[in-house]
Design a protein. Structure first.
Length: 314
């Protein structure tokens, strides 16, 4: 480094370099002492390039003609003699610390009202459209008074007591609206009294057992409640113990009566789930007449019943 080359550029066809130890041959042209020999009709431009002898220096005129403001060799020598080391790292000054951001003022929001509690209605699954079921019932019967007759005349002022009953049955649902069952009921003893034609008072009791075939129509469903109407017919057996009569009249033994019974019903069921339901209702039942062993006969035993039961479907 530190030397200068002198080059001559001829047109656009070639160039020659000189200034090494002596004149050098460069391609077709020879440069000797800074001049180009035997090159007529060619424009020659002389420039200096690094690597030439110190004595081979381009003149300012040559540099001007080349159209290049070259750096003087003195500066080149200074640069080559004492090259400054290149920086391998970029010095970065520590930036001034940024001020800590101030938190924005937050306006507290008013608490939103808690959502109203949602209470789910108990929804029972739909009852089976068809299939068998079992039932059990209990209730209390309010009897209508029964008059009667004897061989000596009619009985008046008849009174029949009220009594509880219990029963059960098996049924079958045909579809969503129609079902039927066969039930049995046992009615407890209820007191019976009347006045004879002679003014004496008779006293007895009556109990009953009935077997009924019933049909029902479930009118509609209102959530868990299903109202229904129904009717039934069947067999009733009424039994009496010994009857006493005031005024010194002899007692009369008890007897049993077998009768055709009929009933009408009105009520509703409350679903517990798809299989079970409570049943509440009213039944009017006519159990037929009852009698004593001799001549005393009482009119039909008719009862208004309030009922409560349970049904389980399969």
């Amino acid at each position: 480094m530190g030397k200068m080359f002198r080059a001559a550029v001829v047109g656009v066809t070639g160039f020659a370099v000189a200034g090494l130890s002596n004149a050098a041959d460069a391609t077709e042209y020879v440069i000797n002492g800074g001049t180009l020999a035997s090159l007529p009709n060619h424009k020659v431009t002389i420039i200096e390039i690094a690597g030439a002898d110190e004595s081979d220096r381009a003149t300012k005129e040559q540099l001007r003609r080349a159209g290049t403001g070259m750096v003087p060799d003195e500066n080149l020598k200074k640069s080559s003699a004492n090259p400054k080391p290149m920086k391998t790292a970029i010095e970065v000054k520590n930036p001034a610390p940024m001020p800590a951001p101030q938190p924005e003022a937050v306006t507290p929001k008013e608490p939103e009202p808690a959502p109203a509690a949602v209470v789910d209605k108990p929804v029972a699954m739909a009852a089976p459209l068809s299939g068998p079921y079992l039932r059990i019932d209990t209730g209390y019967g309010f009897s209508m008074d029964s008059d009667g007759t004897q061989s000596s005349g009619g009985l008046t002022n008849g009174s029949t007591g009220d009594a509880a009953f219990i029963g059960g049955g098996i049924g079958y649902r045909l579809n969503e609206s129609v079902r039927g069952d066969v039930t049995f009921s046992y009615r407890a003893d209820a007191g019976v009294s009347a006045t004879t034609a002679a003014g004496n008072t008779t006293s007895s009791e009556v109990n009953g057992l009935s077997v009924m075939a019933n049909g029902y129509w479930d009118i509609a469903k209102f959530d868990l409640f299903t109202p229904y109407v129904g009717a039934g017919a069947g067999y009733a057996r009424l039994s009496t113990p010994t009857q006493t009569t005031t005024g010194g009249i002899a007692n009369e033994g008890g007897a049993s009566s077998d009768n055709l019974a009929w009933a009408v019903m009105l009520g509703g069921s409350i679903a517990i789930n798809s299989e079970a339901a409570f049943d509440i209702g009213y039944r009017f039942i006519n159990l037929g007449e009852f009698k004593q062993a001799a001549t005393t006969t009482y009119d039909d035993l008719m009862v208004h019943e309030t009922r409560a039961g349970f049904r389980y479907s399969f």
